[in-house]
Design a protein around this ligand. Structure first.
Ligand SMILES: Cc1cc2nc3c(=O)[nH]c(=O)nc-3n(C[C@H](O)[C@H](O)[C@H](O)COP(=O)(O)OP(=O)(O)OC[C@H]3O[C@@H](n4cnc5c(N)ncnc54)[C@H](O)[C@@H]3O)c2cc1C
Length: 436
């Protein structure tokens, strides 16, 4: 069923992306040479793919569920580059085929369709460059996100106006209608994530009931639902958190649920101090209004019949795994669990006491791996490697399901380790805390 759903969405994506190309073939106007028509076709496909990005990032649960939202965001990044390459090819091939078009660029006399095309393309250039080099350009996540959102909308709309203005392949009402419907659908996807979702959150507010310090410069926020019965999530999933009076804001951040999915009502999020939002999380006043958009993600053991699990956590990557362990304990799930937990120092090991306690309620083998161990430490040191994993994995390692959550370098290291150990790729689940 899951395979069917994922194939359906991929098929639909492909059909919509090439729909404008297919429409070109219906009652085509006289040809103007291969390269000019190639330029138009590739431009249509590029713009159509760019417009579809609003669906990819629109947080439609039925669409993201078969893949996991992080995979969808990864696809969004890759496909945007391909779409941008198509648009660049459109410009390049057009100028090659018809260099006289350059004459139309004179500011005083440039036709509106040319102006919209050029400005739209430049907006795409800014969107792509700021996304690829955000950190090098010193842009904060919030500034980047605002630039990314507003310029993407402007660029796509200008693209549609450009096509309508050129009016070569959009002569018939059906073809014009196709672009108008597609443009409207892209905008609706945006309205869905920015307006509809915020409105739904407004109906289901939370209040911060408790803020507790944790080891490892982290804080746990306990959120109590106000006037509703809370959120139904699967252990390992996450939600976008907004703190403050209104959910109609771009200042929202994704955090995994840390509490057991079996607890009804209140939820807990454990947040590590990192940047401008998280470094002030410990100052959040009890009683602050909060909103959650979720749950999202497929980093979960729900419905998984594996005979046992191996969890690999690095730093604050322990949070979704903690939720899974707490849930397993509440469900009296007695399947064996191996947890390899990498931290820098012993003092920074988040949840270390509770993990010890969980050993009483779970068949849990817990292995701490410290980068900077204290004197007389007899446990594992350094990084989690294939060799270390090999020493702890049981004989039925091929049957286990693996869940990896940690910083980027650790995820990369684990990909190598998993390949070296020959573990089946379809049994590896990983959660990245970096969408961008
Ligand atoms: C699926 C998922 C689950 C996560 N779960 C947890 C968790 O349980 N506990 C925890 O401490 N952290 C978690 N994070 C990471 C957390 O979202 C970031 O640390 C936080 O948003 C950083 O915000 P900042 O303003 O403090 O830092 P910044 O310095 O502004 O950002 C640091 C990095 O965090 C990412 N980031 C920042 N803001 C956002 C945003 N609004 N949306 C997406 N990414 C953003 C960017 O990659 C950025 O480079 C999770 C991230 C993801 C994607």
């Amino acid at each position: 069923m899951q395979h069917l759903r994922s194939s359906f969405w991929i098929g639909l994506y492909f059909i919509v992306a090439v729909a404008p190309l297919l429409a070109m073939l219906v009652e085509p106007p006289p040809g103007r040479g291969f390269w000019r028509e190639f330029a138009v076709g590739i431009g249509f496909a590029g713009l159509s793919m760019m417009g579809l990005q609003f669906f990819l990032t629109g947080r439609f649960r039925s669409f993201t569920a078969p893949y996991g939202i992080d995979v969808v965001y990864h696809f969004h990044r890759l496909i945007s580059l391909i779409a941008f390459a198509f648009l660049a090819l459109h410009v390049g091939a057009l100028l090659l085929a018809s260099p006289e078009l350059l004459l139309l660029l004179r500011p005083a006399s440039a036709p509106a369709w040319m102006v919209t095309g050029v400005i739209g393309f430049l907006a795409f250039v800014v969107v792509i460059v700021t996304s690829l080099f955000r950190l090098k350009l010193g842009l904060s996540y919030e500034v980047w996100r605002a630039v990314h959102g507003y310029l993407s909308v402007a660029a796509v709309l200008l693209g549609v106006v450009h096509i309508m203005g050129v009016d070569y392949y959009t002569g018939s009402p059906v073809k014009r209608g196709l672009w108008l419907v597609m443009g409207a659908a892209w905008l609706l996807a945006l309205v869905h994530v920015r307006v509809v979702k915020s409105f739904l959150q407004l109906q289901r507010p939370y209040t911060v009931a408790e803020v507790t310090p944790e080891q490892g410069r982290s804080w746990t926020l306990r959120l109590r639902p106000v006037g509703h019965d809370g959120i139904d999530f699967q252990a390992g999933q996450f939600a976008w958190l907004t703190l403050g009076k209104t959910p109609f804001t771009l200042r929202e951040h994704p955090f995994s649920f840390a509490s057991s999915a079996m607890e009804r009502g209140e939820v807990r999020l454990t947040i590590k101090e990192l940047g401008d939002f998280t470094s002030r999380i410990g100052d959040t006043a009890v009683g602050t209004r909060a909103y959650l958009d979720g749950p999202y993600g497929s980093f979960t053991i729900d419905g998984n019949r594996a005979p046992g699990f191996c969890f690999i956590a690095g730093g604050v990557g322990i949070t979704p795994i903690m939720s899974i362990l707490r849930t397993m304990a509440d469900r009296h799930d007695r399947r064996p669990v191996l947890l390899l937990y990498g931290s820098k120092k012993w003092e920074e090991v988040t949840f270390r006491e509770e993990l010890e306690e969980l050993k009483q309620r779970l068949r849990l083998e817990l292995v701490h791996v410290l980068e900077e161990p204290p004197p007389r430490w007899t446990g594992e040191c350094g990084l989690i490697t294939a060799e270390l994993m090999g020493r702890y994995l049981p004989e039925n390692r091929m049957d286990l399901e693996y869940f990896i959550c940690g910083p980027g370098p650790m995820q990369q290291g684990m990909r190598w380790a998993v390949a070296r150990l020959g573990l089946p790729p379809h049994k590896i689940n990983s959660e990245s805390f970096n969408f961008v």
